[in-house]
Design a protein around this ligand. Structure first.
Ligand SMILES: Cc1cc2nc3c(=O)[nH]c(=O)nc-3n(C[C@H](O)[C@H](O)[C@H](O)COP(=O)(O)OP(=O)(O)OC[C@H]3O[C@@H](n4cnc5c(N)ncnc54)[C@H](O)[C@@H]3O)c2cc1C
Length: 346
């Protein structure tokens, strides 16, 4: 266990923003985690669990409590017929895990290549991209239940996975310590499996290349990747709400000739609309905010807010509110933020 005091949090986040934490404690295993949480609870000290910091916005004032970082490592695979069960410690890096899966011929997470952060954070918002979500392949999540003060194993149904949501989202009760995935095995001996392996091997570089064009791969040489990924989730609307939105879109005159507003059928007869499209058509185009502003809209992706250096969380939040208000005024749609706020709010 390693403990430091008055630790700047900005370098621990992909946005490079935010003030210090009173304490940061790094835990290596379950016993250490339980001990740290018990001490914090007894002292009435607020706790925040930080992974790779790629989906958080930390207040300029920092966090007056203990930030717990899970540094447990280990990947254990068990073959079961044409499937493999892979138990992964929460502190493993997600991207390295996906690379290992593709190399081993385990398929099911290859479309999630290039997403930053730790494995333990992936169930929190049911990380997803290009048609895959971790909730499709997760079969078990081991957590520390802070209310029951005990470790427990939750199966997929108990995790309540949905679009960018789960039992764990905005719910500090559970700390994830291990995630178990069930993946398909691609064996070179079987022609069908070979085709699957070729697909997975081919998908990964394609996904990473595509993500790079959008600034969606963390890269020290790409200023558009200094973000928390997508800042807003895609709104999910009822058929009635969709009709009202389409009328407002037509009225606003923002459709190009022959264009239809992008929308996708979601569960329960609802419709998902593209937050990025709404943001752009409300006037917040790629690169918005460039002139002298230290935060802005990514030059590669309308949904990513980027920190251009020397900025503050207050500036970032002001920009996010400006975009939210702009979309509300033009289209009557309320955009919900995707990142988790630490010590601040929208
Ligand atoms: C460039 C870029 C691209 C991205 N692309 C995508 C994408 O395509 N799809 C997508 O879904 N997301 C994407 N994201 C968002 C982010 O990478 C994911 O949400 C990721 O899973 C966050 O992992 P993290 O370890 O960085 O978590 P953090 O940002 O550290 O934490 C996020 C939340 O999870 C909680 N948390 C973290 N670890 C644990 C744990 N062990 N137990 C309990 N709670 C925990 C934290 O308390 C916090 O609430 C992107 C982000 C960036 C910067």
């Amino acid at each position: 266990m390693r403990e430091e005091r008055d630790v700047p949090l900005a370098p621990l986040t992909s946005l490079r923003l935010g003030g210090p934490a009173r304490r940061v404690v790094q835990v290596e295993d379950e016993a250490e985690l339980a001990r740290v949480l018990a001490v914090a609870e007894a002292a009435g000290e607020p706790v925040f669990v930080l992974g790779g910091g790629s989906n958080v916005v930390v207040a300029d004032a920092g966090f007056a409590g203990v930030v717990v970082r899970i540094a447990s490592r280990g990947i254990r695979a068990t073959r079961e017929g044409d499937r493999v069960r892979v138990e992964v410690a929460a502190g493993e890096g997600w991207e390295a895990f996906v690379e290992r899966c593709v190399t081993e011929g385990w398929s099911g997470v290859e479309c999630l290549s290039g997403i930053p952060g730790l494995v333990g954070a992936t169930p929190i918002q049911n990380v997803g991209a290009y048609g895959q979500e971790v909730g499709d392949t997760i079969v078990k999540v081991r957590v520390f239940d802070r209310d029951a003060r005990a470790f427990l194993d939750l199966d997929r149904a108990a995790c309540l996975f949905g679009y960018r949501s789960s039992l764990f989202r905005h719910n500090p009760r559970y700390v994830v310590v291990r995630v178990t995935f069930e993946l398909a095995v691609s064996d070179l001996s079987a022609p069908i499996r070979y085709a699957e392996l070729t697909r997975a091997l081919g998908v990964r570089p394609m996904v990473i290349a595509l993500r790079r064009t959008k600034g969606m791969v963390l890269d020290a040489g790409d200023p558009d990747s200094v973000s928390a990924g997508s800042f807003f989730v895609n709104p999910t609307l009822s058929a009635l709400e969709l009709g009202a939105l389409e009328a407002r879109v037509a009225e606003a005159g923002v459709l190009r000739p022959g264009e239809v507003m992008p929308r996708f059928a979601a569960d329960g007869g609802r419709w998902k609309v593209s937050a990025g499209w709404l943001v752009e058509r409300a006037g917040f185009v790629k690169g918005y905010g460039d002139a002298g502003r230290r935060v802005g809209v990514s030059g590669k992706h309308a949904l990513a807010l980027v920190h251009r250096g020397e900025g503050t969380t207050a500036e970032l939040l002001a920009l996010a509110r400006e975009i939210q208000a702009g979309v509300r005024a033009r289209f009557g749609v309320e955009l919900a933020p995707e990142p988790v706020f630490v010590g601040c709010a929208m």
